[in-house]
Design a protein around this ligand. Structure first.
Ligand code: PGA
Length: 258
């Protein structure tokens, strides 16, 4: 079994203008130390308007937090009003890009096919995708959790190479747990992440399954992160609300000490 370093990611969503972003990064850099960065990789995903400022502060102060984006288009350039290309993000030293977040799927009509195109484009630009999947409450209550996740994983990863899948990140985010305060139980979160890893093994082999990092996301907080992270198939957390404050996010990064 490959050693998988945890990845704790802060998805800031549509919060933090560039001045607020600079402040939050500086607070995080005070709150986190080398031991924290040694035990977990950390990424932050500000809105696009804050990426350049975030890059400048991270580089100038030598802060080992990876820069992430929340979204991109799959085309390299063109008449796509409002979009940004993977190459534009890569130029800002962005390392991770979220694709297929449930808010993008539900509010902006993103399909599995879109997610797959986005993944390919992110990989071609030399960045690491964080592909989100997860069932809605209705799907869960209808007993559709497994087929839903399986379908999202299969369609999202279609045509990718084994090595690409083994080096990427997948986030299991049950939609009913996002922003609701209803965290999945450690058992349910583990079951979802194990299902994703099994599906990766079936499609891309044991090496890819051992390498892919699978995050849990959905109301992760300092009080519940340790028991989630103790599960064998959970390799990190995708954190929304609790990533907007340096105190709570740094306590999540330091989950072993909770
Ligand atoms: P939350 O968001 O932590 O606020 O539930 C998680 C996410 O949307 O990634």
């Amino acid at each position: 079994m490959a050693e998988r370093k945890p990845l704790i990611s802060g998805n800031w969503k549509m919060h933090m203008n560039h001045l607020e972003a600079i402040q939050l990064i500086q607070k995080l850099s005070y709150a986190l130390d080398h031991a924290d960065y040694a035990s977990a990789d950390v990424s932050i995903h500000p809105p696009c308007t804050s990426l350049r400022s975030a890059q400048t502060v991270l580089e100038a102060d030598g802060i080992p937090i990876a820069l992430g984006a929340q979204h991109c288009h799959w085309e390299g350039a063109g008449a796509y009003t409002g979009e940004v290309s993977p190459a534009m993000l890569a130029k800002l030293a962005v390392s991770y890009v979220i694709a297929g977040h449930s808010e993008r799927r539900q509010l902006f009509g993103e399909t599995d096919e879109n997610v797959n195109r986005r993944l390919r484009a992110i990989l071609s630009a030399g960045m690491t995708p964080i592909m989100c999947c997860g069932e809605t409450l209705e799907e869960r209550e209808a007993g559709q959790t497994e087929p839903r996740i399986t379908a999202q994983v299969d369609a999202g990863l279609a045509g990718l190479k084994q090595a690409q899948v083994g080096a990427m990140v997948i986030a299991y985010e049950p939609v009913w747990a996002i922003g609701t305060g209803h965290t999945a139980t450690p058992d349910d979160a583990q079951a979802g992440c194990a299902l994703i890893r099994d599906r990766v093994r079936a499609g891309f082999g044991a090496e890819a399954a051992a390498g892919v990092r699978i995050q849990y996301g959905g109301s992760v907080k300092p009080v519940n992160v340790a028991e989630l992270m103790a599960q064998p198939d959970i390799d990190g957390a995708l954190v929304g609300g609790a990533s907007l404050e340096a105190d709570s996010f740094s306590r999540i990064v330091r989950f072993r000490l909770q």
